[in-house]
Ligand binder design. Structure first.
Ligand code: UD1
Length: 358
């Protein structure tokens, strides 16, 4: 059996790494064909992940690059269809909710290849996010569903999917986090900015809702700096955010804007920071497991367990919510949280075991 593993954007590589790890560990490995769509091409968003996460070189790179939502999706579909015409796998396995996952899932399904979805059944109900459209589309055509929570499984079954094909397995992103924790690596900026444990906060913002308007980004930064006392503020910026930050020209003696960091360096910082302010979904899961306060600048989340169980709180996209939240962190009153069921580092093994018997 040949299984295509589709990866294109940063979080995909992190999730896929769990499958490679498990597949090797379990012996009699399944045959994976790693397809890199090329959605992310920068060293920090893609290249360094291969080294950090010990991923094999992609078998095929579709090299699609950037574009509008439709351009990017169409380019991936065309390139993947050409590949499938020449050589078809038994299963196309996609992860998460990015354009690469949606484009390949649809292409595979139309070519009568079975589709499996890791991280199925998540919903934010926010149609302003392209990721929500992608989640709904992928789940509507998938044959096999791997979920991070029982709630996501229940939701899929309530939507009419056959429960024999819905598997609550846990979280592959956490497998990777736990496996590579011993390798977390001190970034250069640690010494350069004289960082000290628990004396800095991390900010990551990349969603168009937060980083397409200068006014918004500026008021977030002002509120964060005004309320964070003596803490340094480290802002590893996604390329899109970097462009806007350069335009904004905002500076402050405690603010350090740096390029996106590699996975091992970023998580070295997360493990040692006082708190993270973010609009990422994956980071809310990682901070939950690392027990780090996470302040999310979004109006909703498709990962409610990071709030009900974990260390995450939604501040919405309201700059005024930042002051009381940071205060809660500084006064030691942030919740401690617990780890959701099956986020135990063995999810990849459970998935490989199921795939072997399909
Ligand atoms: C994508 C995912 C998002 C995920 C994020 C992680 C979709 C719809 N969104 O968003 O869910 O959280 O990845 O990073 O798939 N760019 C570069 N270098 C790169 C890649 C992109 O400069 O290597 C620039 C592009 O030119 C574009 C912008 O970043 O201007 C957006 O890239 P894109 O891949 O479309 O979406 P992300 O915002 O990264």
């Amino acid at each position: 059996m040949i299984i295509d593993l589709i990866a294109g954007a940063r979080p995909n590589f992190v999730k896929i790494a769990a499958l490679f790890g498990a597949n090797e560990e379990m012996g009699k490995p399944l045959k994976f064909r790693l397809i890199h769509t090329g959605q992310h091409y920068d060293e920090a968003l893609s290249g360094s992940l291969f080294k950090d996460l010990e991923l094999p070189k992609p078998d095929i790179n579709l090299n699609v690059g950037s574009g509008s939502q439709a351009e990017q999706t169409a380019a991936i579909m065309i390139a993947y269809e050409k590949l499938l015409e020449k050589s078809r796998p038994d299963i196309c396995l996609v992860v998460g909710d990015v354009n690469s996952s949606m484009a390949c899932a649809i292409t595979a399904k139309k070519m009568r290849v079975k589709v499996a979805h890791i991280e199925a059944g998540l919903r934010s109900n926010d149609w302003d996010m392209p990721e929500e459209v992608n989640r709904v589309l992928i789940d509507s055509i998938s044959d096999y569903f791997f979920t991070t929570t029982q709630k996501a499984s229940d939701f899929l079954i309530s939507q009419g999917h056959n429960k024999k094909n819905v598997f609550f397995v846990g979280n592959t992103m956490i497998d990777t986090l736990l496996r590579f924790k011993p390798n977390f690596r001190k970034p250069e900026i640690w010494d350069k900015f004289q960082l000290k444990e628990k004396e800095f906060i991390i900010v990551t913002l990349h969603r168009p809702a937060n980083v397409s308007k200068e006014k918004f980004l500026k008021s977030y930064l002002e509120e964060i700096l005004k309320n964070s006392e003596e803490l340094s503020v480290i802002f590893p910026a996604h390329p899109r955010t970097r462009k806007l930050l350069n335009k904004l020209g905002f500076t402050h003696p405690r603010l350090f804007i740096v390029d996106a960091l590699s996975y091992l360096e970023f998580n070295y910082l997360v493990e040692r920071c006082k708190a993270v302010l973010t609009d990422s979904g994956g980071i809310t899961e990682e901070t939950t497991v690392l027990g780090i306060p996470c302040l999310t600048l979004r109006n909703n989340t498709e990962r409610p367990e990071t709030i009900s169980h974990g260390t995450n709180e939604l501040l919405r996209t309201d700059p005024k919510a930042i002051a009381p939240a940071i205060n809660k962190v500084l006064t030691g009153n942030w919740k401690k949280g617990s780890i959701p069921e099956l986020w135990d580092g063995r999810t990849g093994n459970r998935i490989v075991e199921i795939l072997r018997h399909l």
